[in-house]
Design a protein around this ligand. Structure first.
Ligand SMILES: C[S@@+](CC[C@H](N)C(=O)[O-])C[C@H]1O[C@@H](n2cnc3c(N)ncnc32)[C@H](O)[C@@H]1O
Ligand code: SF4
Length: 472
């Protein structure tokens, strides 16, 4: 079948025209910029002593930043074949017992570096599946965290759950403990897709769980979908999207399927059924079209929210931020992450824990922090991170603002980037004038690519082995 040479779609009420050659040119491997520099650039020489120093510095600052906490619960009962997360699959729930013991030790250590006057404004449990834990374990873990950190009264407290394994008792308990945000994994409702990726999840079960979350008073309910899964078509995905709209969540994360078989071998099992290139884009377009027609705003980087949601308002007020969990409304906080593979992020440093459970246990058993690698940011990293994050969050870079903040002349500092930016402008992804670099409505679909123009490491990196998934 002959493909059209360009595609039309509307984004937040504005019409966009995407030429096929532009789509092909920009649909390349690229980072998601949950950090800058991105994790592959970090160094194995960065160890526990560096992380301790970073935490001491953060705590001793004359204007210490608020605290954000992340806890990684890696366990799932079964493996979804598409999964790209750091998971430990085990039906024997006893495995959580030593894990929680080690997590407690890590909490005790880390909390010593956080002065009691610093408030936690954000807490997130991710995974894996945090509701793999029993109600008693959930209560114990939350109790331990509350003993060691002080929460702001309006803290954002969130958890990721898998509707297939989450019970009413767990949902009521999470809410009672103070969780006010919940994110449910769905991915796709098509029976063929679900069978192929080994994740059978009936619509009614998911809807019932969302209704329960609403009844018990969660302030924000998010649903995760993935576009680009095997056997998906625009028509089949439209059906999943309509079902999600009927459930009426406050936010939607519609992730681009990250195909990384060099890291996750099981993804090869359905490789030949994966929609790619234009086929994948048409599925994405279906999602954008239907969600925005239903009244959701496209925030960027796969995220939608209702017009009165704080995420949408924060984007309008330019107070939106980005960290390892994606977009956030909370001001630049220092992120202390605990659990296997988790990543902490400060003004001047990133630190990642061991990605395998035995190494994580061994470090804590030897009374050490389980830091595997990390990075001290240079002044140049800090400037580029600010520029990239502004584009990803606000879709606009106000040059005088960056100049005042970092005491540089923007056009001189980024002289080498000029030709790359001009190319983005010619292709209709950005507009530029004396003061502003703005993403066009079409550019909002390619924010990762616009960020890449400012990434000093990408150019130096050898492109001989795959690292990132494709941008679309
Ligand atoms: C930790 S899981 C969410 C909670 C729970 N484990 C579940 O699956 O319901 C986080 C989300 O990552 C997304 N995800 C996992 N693997 C992915 C991949 N290969 N590409 C894109 N998104 C992926 C899914 O949307 C998933 O809901
Ligand atoms: S339940 Fe979630 S984390 Fe676990 S394997 Fe499936 S997608 Fe991955």
């Amino acid at each position: 079948m002959q493909r059209p040479s360009s595609f039309e779609f509307a984004l937040n009420g504005e019409r966009c025209q995407l030429a096929l050659d532009v789509l092909n040119k920009y649909n390349v491997p690229g980072p998601r910029y949950t950090s800058y520099p991105t994790a592959p650039e970090w160094s194995d020489d960065f160890g526990p002593a560096d992380f301790e120093r970073a935490m001491r510095e953060a705590d001793a600052s004359t204007s210490p930043r608020p605290v954000s906490l992340y806890f990684h619960i890696p366990f799932c009962e079964r493996l979804c074949l598409f999964c790209g997360c750091n998971v430990v699959i085990n039906k024997r729930k006893e495995v959580a017992i030593p894990y929680l013991e080690h997590l407690r030790r890590e909490i005790e250590r880390i909390s010593q570096f956080v002065s009691p006057h610093r408030e936690v404004i954000q807490l997130h449990w991710g995974g894996g599946t945090p509701t793999y834990l029993s109600p008693a374990q959930i209560e114990d873990l939350f109790g331990c965290i509350s003993e060691h950190f002080r929460f702001a009264p309006d803290a954002e407290i969130g958890v990721e759950v898998d509707p297939r394994v989450t019970t009413e008792e767990q949902v009521r308990l999470l809410r009672r403990l103070g969780f006010n945000r919940i994110s449910l994994g769905v991915q796709d409702f098509s029976p063929l897709v679900q069978k192929t990726v080994r994740r059978i999840q009936p619509y009614e079960e998911t809807k019932a769980l969302v209704d329960l979350c609403r009844e018990v008073g969660f302030e924000s309910i998010n649903i995760d979908l993935i576009y680009g899964l095997p056997h998906q078509t625009p028509e089949s995905f439209a059906d999943s999207v309509e079902k999600v709209i009927a459930i009426d969540p406050d936010r939607i994360a519609m992730y681009s399927y990250a195909h990384v078989p060099w890291l996750k071998k099981q993804q090869r099992s359905f490789e030949k059924y994966i929609p790619e290139g234009v086929d994948k884009f048409l599925i994405f377009r279906t999602g954008i079209q239907l969600f925005t027609e239903a009244g959701y705003r496209y925030i960027g980087m796969d995220h939608f929210a209702k017009p009165d949601d704080e995420l949408t308002i924060a984007q309008q007020n330019k107070t939106l931020h980005r960290n390892f969990q994606g977009y956030s409304t909370r001001a630049n906080a220092d992120l202390y992450a605990m659990g296997v593979s988790s990543i902490s992020g400060f003004h001047r440093a990133y630190a990642q824990n061991y990605r395998d459970v035995p190494s994580y246990y061994e470090a804590l058993d030897r009374d050490r922090l389980p830091t595997m690698r990390g990075w001290w940011l240079t002044e140049d990293d800090i400037i580029r991170r600010a520029v990239i994050m502004r584009m990803l969050c606000h879709r606009v870079i106000h040059k005088p603002e960056i100049e005042a903040e970092f005491n540089i002349r923007f056009d001189e500092y980024f002289a080498e980037e000029r030709s790359h930016l001009e190319e983005l402008q010619t292709d209709g992804l950005i507009t530029m004038d004396e003061e502003y670099i703005r993403a066009t409505p079409l550019g909002c679909v390619f924010l990762r690519n616009i960020g890449m123009a400012f990434d000093a490491y990408l150019r130096r990196r050898e492109q001989d082995r795959p690292i990132f998934s494709k941008t679309l």
